[in-house]
Design a protein around this ligand. Structure first.
Ligand code: BGC
Length: 761
């Protein structure tokens, strides 16, 4: 009786709370539908096709405003939006053209790749994921949206959530690493940060999850390459982060360049309609990637006209750059190859995106120049970027506690990244102004004050060969010096120092789009520099700059300390100084496996076992699944990262040896900070399904907690496991769990864990 009453009360409360929300939601949608239906009734076919067209403004906007072609297109309503234009004046002028000089006054979407900051730049996304701090990622996305919207942008092409297990692929830098569970949490955090409260505010913008789908699995790590994988692998290992973004309400999705089941994602109806729209319920805007409709011709699938038909019919709404929709669909309609309904459906979704952004009520919502003056690169944003950057650095090695450095004596900062102002932010940071950023040298000098002397030498070029360096540095060239002279000078400086900090690795444009590598070592000239510095016998700290896992076998053996700082954004200099001198203890944990050899790739922790697993990780066991010349083990595993302090795990317990049906089980562990520094630790929980209908991974991340422990402090950490954590897609693609035995593992990374077994009824 009591229970029934309680249920009744709950129902009433639920209805009181929910019905108005549902009603107002319905009311909103009805209003939107009416508005758009009315508008579309007045649109010509050409104007509708215009809404589906998304050119890059980058080629078209010149000088202070724009060249004739883009303005003409706007006046004729031949575009639905544009991207790649920076500057509120230009954007404002273009929006005015659309709203005042076009027939139906439809405002424009204004897109940009704001993927880790706008003017204030945060660490690259791969680094951000190593913080394991979803609130930090949400904050970064919030600040990015505040800044981008203050400069006219209303649509960001982020988050990029492609799972990647192959460090050869340069775009690994843009995502959250190799794990679908962590990747999903990060995907949601980005969407929440960008879109805020449903894009109501003028600092909340449309997010776009990309690249749908599977782009990170491109064969041999070569960009834009073939992807071919089983449905089982897609569902169990790759799709979760895209779906998480959809579940978080992402307003737009970008399809990927690669093929999926032989058909380019751009025109893959199974992917874009059956899965994304019908199975996952995505109702937002679907845009192609850059020129990818036209590229279906090179794929050997269809020339532009037919490719446009196929992309539209697969569910695409907006054509980025190809102009195939604008220029060919009218004829295809006349020929009966597409229907007016298909064009209308796409046009409606573009208009809906604009409606949801509030552009119809206020086309200049994102053109507030007061905000431009007040909201960009503020002290508050920079301070967040600095703090967040410190969370992303991963301490890979720290022999005899060389780090943190005392601020005293003579410290030599050597390496081509030490004074490379325009290389601190990494790829996709074209929107920022590097001349405003500090260098590493400046950050370290300012932290040292007059307590230590900071000596500096560039030490080497990026590569010995000028042409290779030109390709590697791309839009951020560095001044080159003579190879021999640079090294000599470095050794002279090193000779005077008590400790050497070597700032080297990749330069900013060596990772990101279209920079695949087959050699993942530190580039030749810098490697020789590092070897020469180590040879001096002085203590050496390697400050590693990179957008991807590198092969660091020599470094791991011979360098005393390695702090991987990725590309830390506009505040890199100060953030690195904070960690180097111990103001903050490093807490980043790898979200991507560091291999011992390129030959091991793809390499990832959550792999399946073979029938002949390697029994003891020796280099070679005949008839086991391994290599003649290298072990199967990574150099640094997923989840790995040291601190200045020591965290000790003890007393792993499970509340019961059986997880009952519809029940739960608590796993607890005690973590103690036994070292001398306060610090953050990320406690990780992994599960393994011992036997199942299909082979299951040797372990899968299913929970983690980032905790702060003062020196000497202990804390019990509890994780609750339910059946939901045990589910996977079986051979019939049903999402289920199977009764049987499971291992639960808890530890500080995916390798160093304690294990308990439990049963599921
Ligand atoms: C990239 C996308 C990006 C787009 C627009 C493409 O080349 O693959 O990630 O959003 O360009 O700049």
């Amino acid at each position: 009786m009591m229970r029934r009453m309680k249920r009744c009360c709950l129902l009433v409360i639920y209805n009181i709370l929910l019905i108005p929300t549902l009603l107002s939601q319905n009311h909103y949608e009805n209003e939107m539908d009416c508005f758009i239906t009315d508008l579309m009734e007045r649109m010509t076919l050409r104007e509708k096709l215009g809404q589906l067209n998304l050119p890059s403004g980058g080629d078209l906007v010149t000088g202070s405003v724009m060249n004739g072609e883009l303005s003409d297109m706007i006046r004729k309503q031949e575009i639905g939006g544009f991207f790649n234009v920076k500057g509120i004046q230009k954007i404002n002028a273009l929006q005015h053209l659309a709203v005042e000089e076009s027939r139906l006054k439809i405002p424009l979407l204004v897109g940009a790749d704001v993927i880790h900051g706008y003017e204030t730049i945060f660490p690259i996304p791969l680094a951000l994921s190593c913080s394991w701090d979803t609130l930090a990622v949400e904050r970064m996305a919030r600040i990015s949206a505040i800044e981008a919207s203050a400069d006219g942008i209303n649509w960001t092409f982020s988050p990029m959530v492609d799972i990647c297990r192959d460090a050869r692929w340069g775009r690994i830098a843009e995502g959250s690493g190799e794990d679908p569970y962590l990747g999903s949490l990060m995907a949601k955090a980005y969407v929440r940060g960008y879109q805020g409260n449903n894009m109501q505010g003028n600092d909340e913008i449309l997010a776009c999850v990309k690249h749908f789908a599977l782009y990170g699995a491109s064969e041999s790590g070569r960009d834009y390459n073939v992807v071919d994988m089983s449905r089982l692998r897609m569902y169990n290992e790759y799709l979760a982060p895209y779906k998480a973004a959809v579940d978080a309400g992402v307003g737009s999705v970008m399809s990927s360049f690669n093929i999926v089941d032989g058909i380019p994602a751009t025109a893959n109806k199974w992917l874009l309609t059956d899965l994304l729209r019908d199975e996952w319920g995505f109702g937002g805007l679907l845009v192609t990637d850059y020129n990818s409709i036209a590229e279906m011709s090179s794929h050997g699938v269809a020339p532009l006209k037919e490719a446009s038909i196929r992309a539209l019919q697969a569910g695409t709404d907006m054509d980025m750059v190809s102009c195939g929709f604008l220029n060919t669909l009218e004829e295809s309609l006349k020929e009966g190859k597409v229907t007016e309904e298909q064009i209308n459906a796409a046009c409606r979704r573009v208009l809906e995106a604009k409606y949801k952004l509030g552009l119809f009520s206020d086309p200049y919502k994102y053109c507030d120049t007061l905000r431009t003056r007040e909201k960009l690169y503020t002290a508050e944003h920079r301070s967040s970027a600095r703090t967040i950057a410190t969370e992303t650095f991963v301490l890979l090695k720290n022999d005899r506690h060389l780090l943190p450095l005392d601020i005293k004596g003579k410290i030599a900062l050597i390496g081509p990244m030490a004074d490379a102002r325009n290389n601190m932010c990494g790829m996709w940071s074209m929107t920022c102004t590097p001349s405003r950023h500090g260098t590493l040298l400046e950050g370290i000098r300012s932290a040292a004050g007059d307590k230590a002397e900071i000596l500096y030498a560039k030490g080497s070029n990026i590569y010995y060969d000028a042409e290779t360096e030109k390709a590697a540095t791309g839009i951020r060239p560095l001044e080159r010096g003579d190879n021999r002279q640079l090294l000599d000078e470095a050794l002279r400086i090193a000779a005077r120092a008590d400790v050497i900090v070597a700032a080297l690795g990749e330069c900013a444009e060596m990772s990101g789009e279209s920079v695949s590598r087959t050699n993942l070592e530190i580039p030749d000239a810098q490697q020789d520099l590092l070897k020469a510095l180590v040879k001096t016998g002085k203590p050496v700290v390697l400050l590693l700059f990179t957008g991807r896992p590198l092969v660091l076998n020599w470094e791991a053996t011979n360098v005393h300390s390695i702090l991987n700082v990725w590309f830390g954004g506009s505040e890199t200099g100060d953030a690195v100084a904070d960690v180097l001198f111990g103001k903050v203890a490093p807490s980043g944990k790898l979200t991507t496996t560091f291999p011992r050899s390129v030959g091991q790739l793809p390499l990832f922790y959550n792999h399946l076992n073979t029938g002949r697993p390697d029994p003891d990780n020796r280099i070679f066991n005949r008839y086991a699944s391994n290599y003649l010349d290298e072990s199967n083990e990574p150099l640094y595993p997923f989840g790995y990262g040291l601190s200045y302090t020591d965290f000790v795990y003890s007393d792993l317990q499970i509340s019961s040896e059986t997880l009952p049906k519809n029940g739960e089980l608590t796993v607890s562990v005690t973590v103690t900070n036994k070292g001398n520094y306060d610090g953050y630790e990320t406690v990780q929980l992994y599960l393994r399904d011992i036997y199942a209908e299909i082979a299951r991974p040797v372990k899968e991340l299913k929970g983690f907690e980032r905790i702060f422990l003062k020196s000497g402090e202990s804390r019990d950490i509890n994780f609750v496991i339910t059946e939901n954590d045990l589910k996977f897609y079986n051979s019939g693609l049903e999402y289920i769990y199977e009764p049987g035995e499971f291992d639960v593992m808890v530890g500080s990374n995916s390798r160093d864990v304690q294990t308990k077994r439990f049963k599921v009824e």
